[in-house]
Design a protein around this ligand. Sequence first.
Ligand code: AMP
Length: 283
Amino acid sequence: MTTVVRSIADLRATLDAARRDGRAIGFVPTMGYLHDGHRSLLRAAAAANDTTVVSIFVNPLQFAPTEDLDRYPRDLAGDVQMATDEGVRYVFAPLQSEMYPERMMTTVNVAGVSEPLEGMSRPSHFAGVATVVTKLFSIVGPSRVYFGEKDFQQLAVIRRMVLDLSLPIEVVACPTIREPDGLAMSSRNVNLTPEARKAAPVLLRALHAGRDAIAQGERDAALVRRAMRNVIEEEPLVDLDYAEVVDASTFVIPSPLEGTLRLLIAARLPGARLIDNLGADVP
Ligand code: AMP
């Protein structure tokens, strides 16, 4: 049985009781409009914990005024159905007034990994994410939390925050789930125009071109970027924001390229801005 909880006090009281009984709590924070990518996180959490909680909250703090907060898709009934199907015990779906009854005066800022790439394109985004995630961790008190590699830089920001603040939480990373044509699943995909949806798999093709270049011995980041950009330029509908290769843990660009790398890409398409990423190792 899945229960929808709207209030912070109710969720705390319920989960306090579960903790007293020695139950491990698995937590999956989301913005809802759940798809099979989210489903894989719910499934992993339900398999490894006694009690699983998913939060559905479109967090205004992580959207800039020009971004798509108003157009972000929502479907609470569908989300509750998926939670039920996956054995999730609680859906925490607070109203904005419950999470932010007053203007927030406290911000959690993670320096370093949050600064390049998404941090450059969306300057207050990761502070908004880190702040709401800290608040959600405080409300839920999870033993384990589940994040997707789809948002690879976000995962790095959360890992760093948990480390720096000594939060007693295990962060579990889950692989990116894709559509059959390679497009990474995202709640935002529904906002793409039909033409943009057809063009969107070019992001993964570009990432593969970058990875292939590294596999063939390329050690110059600029030339790996070029290889990715060349593929994106074949699709006139796709407006590249960045295509980069970085060290997967520090987000610094190694010169020459070495170690465990991550290729990351972001682009604007008609209807939505998309991000994707892929691992690449230099043996
Ligand atoms: P969101 O609702 O987009 O904020 O995402 C909530 C969580 O689901 C984040 O940890 C995401 O990284 C993860 N997620 C979103 N899309 C995917 C996907 N295609 N595959 C795996 N995880 C995903």
